[in-house]
Design a protein around this ligand. Structure first.
Ligand code: AMP
Length: 216
């Protein structure tokens, strides 16, 4: 199964992708996570991407298609993947079609997580992750059961993304509306676009996504 989660930054793609990974044995391919790892490791890609990411802009299509193409070839992807944060431009969507076609694969569904920009800033600026296992939390909406202790692994160190600052979020939302939202009609025309309410409670969004998957 190959799914795309499509939505603005803060729509909850990462949270839902992690749940799908656990429930269906799919692999979450988050291009944002891959880029952050590359930035941390100071690889060639990381050095190129760092500044662009901190401005809230999009990394070049060539780099992104190269990253995803390499990753899809790895053996753990053979049971299926959830694309989280890719594609983000029409050029990336076309390149993905070609890549999948070459491998004899095809997309099962593109799930749009519909949101309202006004709430996204609060969602994004309040979020943080466990430094040890990457579990996601939020200052207001998703606190660990014991303050300062990760529910999943017991870790006590947490990190916040450098591009989750209010001033950068505005550029990221602009990039979404200008460059990524045109993918909605692209996939609608192919008959594979599904929608869920990204403003609903996390469990309700999961429920709606599961209903989409049942229909595939
Ligand atoms: P994310 O974690 O998905 O919010 O991505 C964080 C940042 O990584 C984005 O704001 C972009 O700068 C970059 N990025 C992630 N995925 C892509 C992509 N498919 N195309 C271009 N830039 C990307």
């Amino acid at each position: 199964m190959i799914l795309i989660l499509l939505g603005a930054p803060g729509a909850g793609k990462g949270t839902q992708a992690q749940r799908l990974e656990d429930a269906h044995g799919l692999i979450q391919l988050s291009t944002g996570d891959m880029l952050r790892a590359a930035v941390k490791a100071e690889t060639e890609v990381g050095l190129k991407a760092k500044e662009v990411m901190n401005k809230g802009q999009l990394v070049s299509d060539d780099i992104m298609v190269g990253i995803i193409s390499e990753r899809l070839d790895q053996s753990d992807c053979k049971n299926g993947v959830i694309l989280d944060g890719f594609p983000r431009t029409e050029a990336q969507a076309e390149a993905l079609d070609q890549l999948l076609n070459d491998k004899g694969l095809s997309l099962n569904a593109v799930i749009e997580m519909k949101t309202d920009d006004a709430v996204l800033v609060e969602r994004i600026t309040g979020r943080y992750t466990c430094a040890k296992c990457g579990a996601g939390y939020h200052d207001s909406f998703l606190k660990p059961a014991v303050e300062g202790v990760c529910d999943k692994c017991g870790g006590t160190e947490f990190t916040r993304r450098s591009d989750d600052k209010a001033e950068t979020v505005k550029s990221r939302l602009e990039a979404y509306h200008n460059q990524t939202a045109p993918l909605l009609p692209y996939y609608k025309d192919k008959g594979i676009l599904k929608q869920v309410d990204g403003m609903a409670e996390i469990d309700e969004v999961t429920h709606q996504i599961e209903a989409v998957i049942k229909q595939i």
